[in-house]
Design a protein around this ligand. Structure first.
Ligand SMILES: C[S@@+](CC[C@H](N)C(=O)[O-])C[C@H]1O[C@@H](n2cnc3c(N)ncnc32)[C@H](O)[C@@H]1O
Length: 315
């Protein structure tokens, strides 16, 4: 049994899995369920839905077996060597496997762990995985693209210096312009000793690329179909890749190139895959978003882009 705090109101819900932490559900996510999904939800519809979250778990399992996942994890671990924190706040925690690795190496440094995700289902998985390693004061179910004052207050209450981790290209799949996610995280980093460990894909889409052409792409369509189906009742049957327009967009300011998936029958945003040109991206982070890049590392994935890991501070 755990407490579910909804703004000022506290109620108790039975959830089975989340036993010791307080579960916070952001106001912006309340009432969202199949058939009642905001129209601007693409990637967010995938991960808010049970089916999309389960499809992600299957895909993540495959990616963990890919040859460069160990190198990427090593880059994350190396980047925070020698730093001091009190807690780990994982934004887009997913199933918590990467966070578990951070704990395995740096555990004495962390007095608590706070998983943050739009998926209630993945939050349960992260909680189960990490709860034996650290106290988990809060499990935060929110949308990083749309943080409200209640969740900001909650983050501000977390003790000591925080390592905010936003790993696995979470901000490279946002539905809205990425400034919203970066601004929100920047505002959460309210203490001078806070750090952000970030990963995004570095490179450029030169042309529209079907996910099936990418190394680990074969599960992406299942996730995209699940996200679109979440928008409406009844269930869409027999959805196919041909039902989508894939559009290439570039943004000189951020240095990004994106492939945006639109479900043609409903003109519905379904998914965004984004990569960044390094120089304009670093410039934008610094000049427009107020982040100082202290360290970064690029790893060639062999799939036409680099896995970029960045350690950032607020200016
Ligand atoms: C690719 S996974 C990354 C998981 C993990 N951090 C890792 O590195 O393996 C992306 C995660 O971000 C979450 N996510 C996506 N959009 C989000 C949003 N707008 N707000 C909060 N979480 C989000 C998804 O539910 C998913 O768990």
């Amino acid at each position: 049994m755990e407490e579910k705090q909804t703004g000022e109101r506290k109620s108790t819900v039975r959830n089975g899995n989340l036993s010791n932490a307080r579960f916070f559900e952001a106001a912006s996510l309340r009432g969202i369920e199949k058939g009642k999904v905001p129209p601007d939800f693409g990637c967010r519809a995938i991960f808010h839905s049970w089916e999309g979250s389960m499809n992600y778990l299957k895909r993540a399992e495959h990616e963990r077996l890919s040859e460069n996942s160990a190198e990427v994890a090593a880059a994350y671990l190396g980047m925070i060597d020698g730093l001091r924190f009190t807690g780990l706040v994982s934004i887009g925690a997913g199933e918590g496997i990467v966070d578990e690795q951070l704990f395995a190496k740096h555990q004495p440094a962390f007095e608590y762990y706070v998983p943050v995700d739009i998926s209630r289902w993945l939050l349960c998985t992260a909680f189960d995985r990490l709860s034996r390693l650290a106290p988990i004061p809060w499990v935060i179910n929110c949308d990083v693209e749309n943080l409200g004052p209640a969740e900001t207050t909650l983050f501000n209450g977390l003790a000591g210096a925080r390592l905010f981790a936003c790993l696995g290209n979470v901000l490279g799949n946002t539905d809205r312009h990425e400034q919203f996610g970066f601004k929100a995280i920047g505002q959460l980093m309210s203490k001078p000793a806070d750090w952000l460990l970030l990963s995004v894909a570095v490179g450029r889409f030169e042309r529209v690329k079907d996910p099936n052409e990418t190394k680990n792409g074969f599960h992406i369509w299942d996730m995209v179909f699940a996200g679109v189906s979440y928008h409406r009742e009844p269930e869409v049957r027999g959805m196919r890749a041909d039902d989508f327009d894939l559009i290439l967009q570039t943004d000189e300011d951020t240095g990004s190139s994106s492939i945006v998936f639109i479900y043609k029958p409903w003109n519905q945003l379904a998914f965004t895959l984004r990569r960044y040109d390094l120089k304009p991206f670093l410039n934008w982070l610094d000049r427009k978003m107020g982040f100082v890049v202290e360290r970064f590392e690029l790893l060639d994935t062999g799939a036409g882009f680099d896995a970029g890991t960045f350690l950032l501070k607020r200016r």
